[in-house]
Design a protein around this ligand. Structure first.
Ligand SMILES: [Zn+2]
Length: 104
């Protein structure tokens, strides 16, 4: 069985790896954390009023209002399980929530 010290060392290692991954993931994002946070707020409101038609319609609209290219951002969202507006809010927000609150 691993000693306490060994366990602590491993935990620190994993933590550092995750932090490094997160940093890299943030650097490779096609939009900033702040804008991503705005997107989630926007989707929250829009879906409440209009519901989801199972397309990323509201997301697309938001991106073009921000001057961002949906062809870059939508595949990135799809990779994370966000194929339509409600999935983006359900699946993608969860992964980024804590980073957004930490960094904005
Ligand atoms: Zn949907």
């Amino acid at each position: 069985m691993a000693s306490k010290q060994e366990k602590r060392r491993r935990a620190a290692l994993v933590e550092a790896m995750v932090a490094e991954d997160t940093k890299e993931a943030i650097e490779n994002m096609p939009l900033s954390l702040a804008v991503l946070g705005e997107l989630f707020d926007y989707l929250d409101e829009t879906l409440e009023q209009e519901g989801c038609d199972h397309s990323p319609r509201a997301t697309q609209l938001f991106l073009s209002q921000k001057g961002l290219d949906p062809n870059q951002v939508l595949p990135w969202l799809e990779e994370q399980g966000g194929n339509c507006d409600c999935e983006i809010l359900a699946n993608v927000e969860e992964s980024w929530e804590s980073e957004i609150s930490k960094n904005t």
